[in-house]
Design a protein around this ligand. Structure first.
Ligand SMILES: [Cu+2]
Length: 143
């Protein structure tokens, strides 16, 4: 009885431990030019991701989000935070550098919409003129 009450209290307090993950928008990074870093983030439901305009000329737009989650679109050169309420895979791109495959993946809890996210990632990889295969690599990190 006491133990289950304790468990209940811990679960109720869980949102207080929500983490914020920072993703830099870069002209050059470890994975090449025009890149998000880290481009794959594994988050828990309730966490947030903040995109940091480290270099200028970038912004983010979602290409696939889990069922019930809102699409997002930020403004150029602005810090932007997304709240990750829904479990699943989020695929996003930087619109002006889509052809350079400046795109990324966020997994939140279970990959509920993996097929849809994979299709969006494949489409980005297919259309990219540079840095092909990045999305394939990021999607392989989805568990
Ligand atoms: Cu960009």
């Amino acid at each position: 009885m006491k133990k289950s009450l304790f468990t209940l209290l811990v679960l109720a307090a869980a949102p207080a431990f929500a983490a914020n993950h920072e993703v830099k928008m870069l002209d050059n990074g470890k994975d090449g030019n025009m890149v998000f870093e880290p481009a794959f983030v594994n988050a828990k439901p309730g966490d947030t991701v903040t995109f940091i305009p480290t270099h200028k000329g970038h912004w983010v737009q979602s290409k696939a989000v889990p069922a019930g989650a809102k699409d997002f679109l930020s403004k150029e050169n602005e810090k932007f935070t997304v709240k990750l309420d829904k479990e699943g895979v989020y695929v996003y791109t930087c619109p002006p550098h889509r052809m350079m495959n400046m795109s990324g993946v966020i997994q939140v809890g279970k990959a509920t919409n993996k097929a849809k996210a994979q299709a969006a990632a494949d489409e980005l990889d297919k259309r990219a003129m540079q840095n092909k295969g990045r999305l394939k690599k990021y999607m392989q990190m989805v568990k």
